[in-house]
Design a protein around this ligand. Structure first.
Ligand code: SAM
Ligand code: SF4
Length: 343
């Protein structure tokens, strides 16, 4: 079943004009603003990455136009991500433009934290309401090994800068790998509690060829993490949601929510409300499938024609597949890396 597909705003069954063949309303878009990054996390990238030439990626102007089109179609939440969004030159101008879009409920950002000391205040002033910061380890040497290029102290200082800037419910994201950082989950939760932060643990997804490790061997499930945490904390399940794939637990006496993003052990496709735009302007209907629509081509063939862009986005909803089918025991069927995809 589909909802109304009229861009011009005739009566409709839901608040978003974007409804897929399975009746799921799309009101959340994640946009990758760059494939570049100052880190090379072992689960995300190969050590020796080649990044896309500038002409192939969306300009800041195109990113702004795209965001405006999505909001006019009923999208209420936009996440800017990457790559590392804060290494894109001019990103604050983009944030300002998107943050000012009438009708957008929430502008959020995912970052590795390395540039937050410099940008946290400007992001807050430009309209970012919440941020997610990746933090996989509290040991400097491990942190460096996992990110291949990051410095823990810089990221911890970035987290402090975010706290000082006063974002709502800053969340830490940790990808958990067996024998790399799985023994740190309780310490990470404690770190979050002490600072009044939320935290989500993520199961690694088989996106792109990374060369560093066997993803099957490194798999550590959300159930195992919860079991480990249960030794130290009382975890109470909740039905709370931030509109993303995390399922949350609470710890009595703490403000912290502990979330789990479990693409393998608890597939979240039934309630999927989101799509992604890759750094090349490909509208990706599912993280784990290749169904997509080339919006860069639409924008470059018809500059300034927002209605045409909106029609293309609406048409793409019919391509959204029922769900993903990640397999850790096979070669990746998805060859794009997370940094181009927009995690
Ligand atoms: N650079 C920013 C960062 O690291 O937060 C934003 C982009 S990054 C691709 C977004 C999120 O995806 C991060 O939390 C990262 O840990 C996660 N991620 C990257 N590759 C992943 C993979 N193969 N499986 C699961 N999560 C992954
Ligand atoms: Fe960069 Fe984020 Fe990928 Fe790490 S996860 S390499 S910080 S884009």
């Amino acid at each position: 079943m589909t909802g109304c597909r009229d861009v011009m705003g005739s009566p409709r069954q839901s608040s978003s004009l974007l409804v897929d063949r399975f009746g799921r309303e799309v009101n959340y878009v994640r946009i990758s603003v760059t494939d570049r990054c100052d880190f090379r996390c072992v689960y995300c990238m190969a050590e020796d990455m080649t990044f896309l030439p500038r002409a192939q990626i969306l300009t800041l102007e195109e990113l702004g136009e795209l965001s405006a089109a999505f909001v006019e179609l009923g999208v209420r939440k936009i996440r800017l991500t990457g790559g590392e969004p804060l290494v894109r030159r001019g990103v604050i101008d983009l944030v300002r433009r998107v943050g000012a879009l009438p009708g957008l409920g929430e502008l959020v950002l995912t970052t590795n934290g390395s540039q937050l000391r410099k940008y946290a205040g400007a992001l807050k002033a430009a309209g970012v309401r919440r941020i997610n910061i990746s933090l996989d380890s509290l040991h400097p040497d491990r942190f460096e090994r996992i990110t291949r290029a990051g410095t823990l102290a810089t990221v911890l200082d970035g987290i402090e800068a975010a706290r000082e800037a006063g974002f709502e419910r800053t969340k830490l994201n940790a990808v958990v790998l067996k024998n790399r950082n799985h023994d740190e989950v309780s310490d990470l939760v404690r770190f979050a509690i002490e600072r009044g932060l939320d935290i989500s643990f993520i199961e690694e997804m088989p996106l792109g060829v990374i060369g560093d490790h066997d993803r099957g061997e490194a798999y550590y499930s959300s159930d195992e993490i919860r079991r480990d945490l249960a030794d130290q904390f009382e975890l109470i399940p909740t039905t709370e949601t931030t509109g993303g794939p995390s399922r949350y637990w609470r710890i009595p006496g703490a403000d912290t929510r502990v979330g789990f993003i479990s693409p393998h052990s608890h597939n979240f496709c039934d309630t999927c409300n989101r799509v992604r735009v890759t750094v090349e302007g490909r509208l990706l209907l599912c993280l784990g499938q290749e169904h997509s629509m080339d919006l860069k081509q639409v924008m470059r063939a018809h500059p300034g024609d927002r209605n045409r862009l909106k029609q293309a986005i609406i048409a793409a909803m019919d391509l959204k597949p029922k769900g993903h089918d990640f397999r850790l025991d096979a070669q990746p069927i998805i060859f794009r890396h997370m940094n181009t995809t927009g995690g």
